[in-house]
Write a protein that binds this ligand. Structure first.
Ligand code: CO8
Length: 258
């Protein structure tokens, strides 16, 4: 078992919750913290009991971005040698569903971290922004890529160039997030959604995520061939037999994730 300095983890039933735990710094992300977050995700990705991973932050904000104090002394050579973004690449390899529950400020690297989630639920009042241009830099952990794929070039450029604060409602309208809820209901609504997903057959969710991710990058024909292989693969699972037998026998399925 790992011991973490900047995050807290809990498991309740089939749901693992990872909480960013630097609330006095608005969960600004230092490098060790990013490494801890992705390490915890990998740990839960391999844990049989865990079906869904929830990512959230302690205190009033999800995350105010990269730890600016940590970045002030950086130069291109130290950044190249540090290779910190290798940790960010690991997020793309997580196979289980990741639900982000966000509130307060979701800025810069914090926004990039949120965009690593598969589903985003935001408290009303949440403000999203990429303020990097105002600091003389730009996003470096996937912000320009993931945001553009989500909202298209035109809106992405506007938001990235201006650094304007985007409300939860606007983020919802542009498909950046899935749902806006009252702040006091953020965790309750997130866990309700997580529990609903946890009842679905895990292998189906896993291969749907894999196929949808391919849709973002592959041409349609190649994506369809890829989808087909995953479709065939599910017919090797016990859960496919269970799901279809339960339908025929008019009972609730009991999925084992195998
Ligand atoms: N880095 C370091 N410390 C921070 C950060 C940050 N990003 N954000 C807030 N803090 C600290 C503040 O310094 C303050 O500390 P202290 O109490 O010791 O002075 C504490 O958190 C609380 O913050 P404020 O007092 O400023 O709270 P306010 O409510 O007045 O303001 C704001 C909140 C508007 C969020 C304000 O703190 C702010 O503008 N923060 C900086 C936001 C920002 O520019 N983020 C982008 C950073 S650049 C980036 O993310 C690049 C990503 C590159 C790749 C990802 C690598 C991880």
């Amino acid at each position: 078992m790992y011991s973490f300095e900047f995050i807290e983890t809990t498991v309740k039933g089939n749901i693992a919750v990872i909480e960013l735990n630097r609330p006095r710094q608005l969960n600004s992300l230092n490098r060790k913290m990013v490494c801890e977050i992705v390490t915890a995700m990998e740990m839960f990705d391999r844990e049989e009991e865990v079906r869904i991973i929830v990512l959230t932050g302690k205190g009033r904000s999800f995350s105010a971005g990269a730890d600016i104090d940590e970045m002030t002394g950086d130069d291109p050579v130290s950044l190249e040698l540090l290779n910190q973004f290798a940790d960010w690449d690991r997020f793309t390899l997580i196979k289980k569903p990741i639900i982000g529950a966000v509130k307060g400020f979701v800025l810069g690297g914090g926004f990039e971290l949120a965009l690593c989630c598969d589903i985003l639920i935001a408290a009303s009042g949440t403000e999203f922004s990429f303020p990097e241009a105002g600091l003389g830099v730009m996003p470096g952990a996937g912000g320009t890529q993931r945001l553009t794929k989500l909202v298209g070039r035109t809106k992405a450029l506007e938001w990235l160039w201006t650094g304007e604060r985007i409300s939860a409602e606007t983020a919802l309208k542009h498909g950046v997030i899935n749902k806006v809820v009252a702040p006091e209901l953020l965790m309750e609504e997130t866990l309700k959604f997580a529990n609903r997903l946890a009842k679905q057959p895990p292998l189906s969710l896993r291969l749907i995520k894999d196929s949808v991710n391919k849709a973002v990058d592959y041409p349609l024909y190649e994506g369809m061939q890829y989808e087909r292989k995953n479709f065939y693969l599910l017919f090797a699972s016990q859960d496919q037999k269970e799901g279809m037998s339960a339908f025929v026998e008019k009972r609730r399925p009991d999925y084992q994730g195998k």
